[in-house]
Design a protein around this ligand. Structure first.
Ligand code: XCC
Ligand code: SF4
Length: 655
């Protein structure tokens, strides 16, 4: 198939905007991906750039069944083997991903402390219940103390998790006991978040750790410091400050932009500024100012994970996922694209040159050449937010004639935090995971899958997510989602209770009884920590084994692209979850390393990696794993019986 005929997206709004970009002469990611072939050597993890005697390339090449002799020849100048090179690259990617999530968390802790000390006007402790729960976890005294005093203690202890040199991460104790013991036994219990990232960088430096086993163990420790450290801290403290998500109805896709309002999109990952923008977009003075410029109002929407954050807590609409960021500008109706950190393509600045959109960077760690920089200062958040909104309003009158907003927008329900799932199953006083476990044991629900992660321009946008998730729910697998994957499925209506009609009979009956969709939106990528907590709650409720690896669950990132996704995958695997990635696999250049991750890991962690690009095959791998776990738990029979009885039971109910 000629490159131009390649299907870029299954989303009509995206397809329409790709065509508009082409007509307008704007260069976008889809077009660049067609032109730029990925480097085959780098893609398989066989390129080492760790020193200036290289870069050394040791591709496995076409001859995938190489002889021992050939294998010996595959070495870098320093003698590093293909195994070392692949494992080093893999570990470095994890370190970068873990660093990204954790540096996000660090900022959250900083704001949390400022808030507790009353030095961040506009921010407050919104969720007292969660604050107190965290106090118990961190063993902070509650007594008669004020929320602020308790929060200060928690903030300081959370900070300690970053700089701690020895011992173990405190939050690691939230995992099932058996899991903690396993981590200790394998020497992968994280000591301190920053220490693990730094040590990964050190050990992957030229001439340090040169055995893939120990390299990958450090990679695991660094990933666990993300899932049970950085990401978990970010999620928990954000909930305390901004509120723990509860079910909320909203809309998604480029159609949420409005022709007659000032459109502002906030894009990236950290919710601090976005929270303040959400509040300030309601400010009567600013709305009046917008009207004075001929607009009907101010329309704030999100993109990527910042979108998930403000969707979950404010019900603000989502304009799109990762691959749609440039396309929002292409509508010609976007006054400002405000960005914080991560997953922001530099391409947006170029695209903005063809339209009137202002690109506004706001984080001291993330500048873009040519963009306007308005730094977000926690001490003056209200002012910063107002300035940004005013700038967008002023830009409204600069809109050109070349405007087209796609009509597509879909309703969705989001906000399924661990607390919400718990509550939905029994109310405030009887909240528990018991009904979920019961339904898994009786077979109505076959298992649970976490489907998460990015979009990737190397595959058809949204297609792999949607096909995988549809296949899973059809087979009675309840799906938990975060990130851009959640957005892909929301766009096709899978996050509405009506979508239960697409689920298998068992899952459908449970969804209908609870009034929930078969696909639950749990938030942003740091919120994958919520999935760890939910899975742990399933173990603790009983009946499904005594470790996370006993659960009939599986994970996937079908269209992954970011290093963060790799860190997430690794901590899920290390937590005992079978995890499949699509698109490509970054250690293919070493068969030994790949086998280690795909096979040997199972005996070590109870969870292992897999790679499968085809969504239907991917679903099959996940379902097979779920069935294997059901069998081990002795609940495989129950499922068959229930399915067999379905018709009979329905006819009985009808009587
Ligand atoms: Fe980025 Fe989080 Fe990936 Fe989307 S899913 S492309 S990481 S925004 Ni996290
Ligand atoms: Fe080559 Fe070794 Fe240097 Fe890597 S560290 S670039 S393999 S010489």
């Amino acid at each position: 198939m000629a490159e131009e005929e390649r299907q870029h997206s299954i989303d009509p709004a995206t397809v329409e905007m790709i065509a508009k970009a082409k007509a307008d002469g704007a260069s976008i990611v889809f077009e660049r991906a067609d032109k730029m072939k990925p480097c085959p050597i780098g893609q398989e993890g066989s390129c080492c750039r760790q020193c200036s005697m290289g870069p050394c390339r040791v591709p496995i090449g076409k001859n995938k069944e190489e002889t021992a002799e050939e294998k010996v020849k595959r070495k870098g100048v320093c003698g590093a083997t293909a195994e070392t090179i692949a494992a080093r690259n893999f570990t470095r990617m994890i370190a970068a991903g873990s660093a990204a999530h954790s540096d996000h968390a660090r900022k959250v802790v900083e704001l949390f402390l400022l808030t507790a000390e009353g030095k961040a006007p506009g921010f407050s402790i919104k969720d007292e219940q969660k604050l107190l729960a965290l106090a118990l976890d961190f063993r902070v005294e509650i007594g008669e103390r004020t929320n602020e005093a308790i929060a200060t203690n928690i903030g300081k202890l959370a900070f300690k998790e970053f700089g701690q040199q020895n011992g173990e991460l405190w939050l690691m104790r939230r995992a099932p006991l058996k899991r903690q013991e396993l981590w200790r036994k394998l020497g992968v219990a994280p000591r301190g978040i920053d220490r693990e990232v730094v040590e990964s960088m050190h050990r992957t430096h030229m001439g340090v750790d040169q055995d893939y086993h120990s390299l990958l163990a450090q990679g695991m420790r660094t990933a666990l410091a993300d899932g049970w450290g950085g990401s978990m801290i970010a999620t928990e403290l954000q909930d305390v400050m901004f509120g723990t998500p509860a079910p909320v109805l909203s809309q998604i896709n480029l159609g949420v932009l409005k022709a007659d309002e000032v459109n502002i999109i906030i894009h990236g990952h950290e919710p601090q500024l976005a929270e303040m923008l959400a509040v300030m977009a309601q400010d009567p003075e600013l709305i009046a100012y917008a009207k004075s410029k001929g607009a009907q109002g101010i329309n704030l929407a999100g993109m990527c994970c910042t979108a998930n954050e403000i969707l979950m807590r404010h019900g603000l609409p989502i304009a799109g996922n990762f691959l749609q960021q440039e396309l929002a500008i292409v509508t010609g109706a976007l006054e400002a694209l405000v960005v914080d950190v991560q997953c922001i393509m530099q391409g947006i600045q170029d695209v903005a040159q063809c339209y009137h959109t202002k690109i506004i960077t706001t984080d001291p760690r993330a500048h873009i050449a040519g963009a306007i920089h308005i730094e977000f200062d926690e001490h003056k958040a209200i002012e910063t937010a107002k300035n940004i909104i005013r700038m967008a309003i002023d830009n409204f009158t600069n809109r050109g004639k070349n405007i087209h907003i796609p009509v597509e927008k879909t309703d969705l329900i989001a906000g399924f935090s661990h607390e919400t799932i718990n509550y939905l199953q029994g109310g405030l006083f009887r909240a528990s995971y018991h009904p979920l476990n019961e339904n898994i044991i009786n077979g109505r629900i076959r298992g649970v899958a976490g489907v998460v992660g990015c979009n990737n321009a190397r595959v058809t946008h949204d297609d792999v997510h949607v096909r995988l998730v549809k296949e899973l729910i059809k087979n009675d697998v309840l799906v938990l989602q975060t990130g851009c994957s959640a957005m892909a499925c929301a766009k096709v209506g899978l996050m509405l209770p009506e979508a239960a009609a697409e689920a298998g009979p068992g899952l459908r009956s449970v969804c209908e009884a609870l009034g929930i969709p078969p696909v639950l939106h749990m938030g942003s990528c740091v919120d994958n920590a919520r999935i760890l907590i939910a899975a742990t709650a399933m173990v603790k409720d009983g009946g499904l084994g005594d470790d996370l690896s006993d659960l009939p669950v599986a994970g996937a990132a079908p269209e992954w692209m970011s290093e963060k996704a790799l860190s997430i995958g690794q901590y899920f695997v290390g937590s005992g979850v079978f995890t499949v990635f699509g698109v490509n696999w970054p250690t293919i250049g070493s068969k030994e390393v790949t086998n280690f991750l795909f096979q040997d890991y199972e005996a070590m962690y109870g969870g292992m990696w897999a790679f499968e690009a085809d969504p239907i095959q991917m679903a099959k791998l996940m379902i097979d794993h779920i069935d294997k776990k059901r069998k081990a738990l002795g609940i495989d029979k129950a499922r068959e019986r229930v399915l067999f009885d379905m018709d009979m039971r329905r006819s009985m109910e009808a009587v």
